[in-house]
Design a protein around this ligand. Structure first.
Ligand SMILES: [Zn+2]
Ligand SMILES: [Zn+2]
Ligand SMILES: [Zn+2]
Length: 435
């Protein structure tokens, strides 16, 4: 089969990293390197009703699936994606509230369905066919293995009516591939919209000082330059949140993607001191005290994540989550500066809870503390920084403080024009709000 090409981009073997992408021409900051439609995608259950199930467009007047009354579409064209929805439609009617496959399982079901009907290489696989995605089967630990087994069981449970499954070996391989290569699609405020697979985009290797960034337009991934890229240079994106110090990033990358990052930032750790900044006190704390507090910071992040995801909101009301944030901030505040990333992490969580509870002033005060250090810790064109300016801008506009709101929104636009492109509807929407 003839390999398709993406103009200006080449697949190559990156020394020590395996497959990768490199530039064959010069790209300037903000330029689109390439775009890639989703091979398969799935809208997250909690966003149903606000977004089209098929193209992920946000719209007020969506039409409902007449059968399950759970999926919503922009128009008839989007509803033609019925083969994908059919996998879930009757099962959701039959199971009712007991229909609860994970997003990974839902995505895997769609991939299997697509592989059955598709013979030609799709436009998402110009440089890398779906089957060749990295799986890291040999490196999986027991916990991962058990999760995969649970996913496979759920797939059989919820999808057997409309899907013939490949054998266990192939299924194990598929789930491992989805776990290493799946993308989470987020909106401009970084709210989770769904999951998708983009084989060509998955070819890019990771760096903590990336020269490219992935954003989405509906279910199409766009890769844009966030630094000048010269011909012959490797194209890197970041797989993880870049807020944290080197040790944390390296651990996360090893756990989730099975490699040790050797980027410039991971070897020089040039930003670590600012990221772990200690409060100025009359007597500086002992190294042991600092070590203990770092350990506490890492633990509380994990504990909060579990509390947010596993606890029932009725048993664990948002006020309790907020209390957890406040207590940890008090404790860390005795040693850590307000710009320390563990402090910032918990402030960000507190802001999220305030937004959920519609405590706009509370959210604003956390956001204002976060934004400046965020701009220092993150790279120049960061979605985390842009979305924080955007949230603050929108909060101020909502509270009828237009001048300061507009100031923040303009900061958001500056970054968003580079990472999303000047013509993206997210940018157009904000311009409308400013007028
Ligand atoms: Zn649509
Ligand atoms: Zn339906
Ligand atoms: Zn790194």
């Amino acid at each position: 089969m003839k390999t398709a090409v993406i103009e200006g981009i080449e697949r190559f073997n990156s020394p020590g990293k395996g497959r990768g992408l490199k530039a064959a021409k010069h790209f300037k900051v903000g330029e689109l390197l390439f775009s890639c439609p989703a091979y398969a995608s799935v809208l997250t259950v909690s966003e149903r009703g606000g977004y089209c199930e098929s193209c992920f467009l946000r719209k007020d007047s969506l039409s409902k699936c007449g059968k399950c009354k759970k999926a919503f579409y922009c128009n008839v064209d989007c509803q033609l994606n019925w083969p994908m929805h059919k996998l879930e439609c009757t099962a959701m009617c039959d199971y009712g509230d007991n229909w609860c496959p994970t997003e990974t399982v839902r995505l895997a079901a769609r991939i299997i369905a697509k592989q059955k009907t598709q013979v030609e290489r799709s436009s998402s696989e110009k440089l890398l066919p779906m089957q060749e995605l990295e799986a890291h089967l040999d490196e999986m630990d027991n916990e991962r293995r058990e999760m995969n087994e649970a996913d496979i069981a759920a797939l059989h449970h919820f999808y057997s009516k409309h899907l013939e499954f490949p054998d266990l070996v192939a299924l194990t391989m598929l789930f491992a591939q989805v776990n290493c290569n799946g993308f989470t699609v987020e909106d401009e405020e970084l709210s989770h919209l769904g999951s998708a697979l983009f084989p060509d985009v998955a070819l890019m290797n990771h760096s903590c000082c990336p020269n490219a960034i992935v954003t989405y337009n509906g279910t199409v991934a766009m890769v844009r330059a966030v630094a000048e890229i010269n011909p012959g240079e490797e194209i890197f994106t970041s797989y993880i949140d870049l807020l944290y110090p080197a040790e944390d990033r390296i651990e996360r990358l090893r756990d989730a993607y099975y490699f040790t990052c050797d980027c410039k930032e991971c070897s020089t750790k040039s930003k670590d001191k600012a990221k772990m900044k200690i409060r100025k006190l009359s007597t500086s704390p002992e190294p042991e005290t600092i070590r203990k507090m770092v350990k506490y910071g890492r633990n509380i992040i994990e504990e909060f994540r579990k509390a947010k995801h596993t606890k029932n909101i009725l048993i664990s009301p948002p006020s309790e989550l907020l209390e957890m944030c406040e207590l940890s901030l008090d404790k860390m505040g005795s040693i850590f500066d307000d710009t320390n990333v563990y402090v910032l992490h918990m402030m960000y969580q507190a802001m999220g809870v305030c937004l959920y509870m519609e405590d706009w002033d509370g959210a604003l005060s956390y956001g204002e503390k976060i934004i400046k250090p965020y701009s220092v810790h993150y790279p120049a064109y960061s979605l985390n920084v842009a979305s924080m300016y955007l949230k603050l801008g929108r909060l101020y506009l909502g509270l009828e403080k237009k001048p300061i709101g507009v100031k923040h929104l303009k900061k958001a636009i500056e970054i968003m024009e580079v990472v999303y492109g000047k013509d993206h509807r997210y940018v157009a929407d904000i311009r409308k709000d400013i007028k």
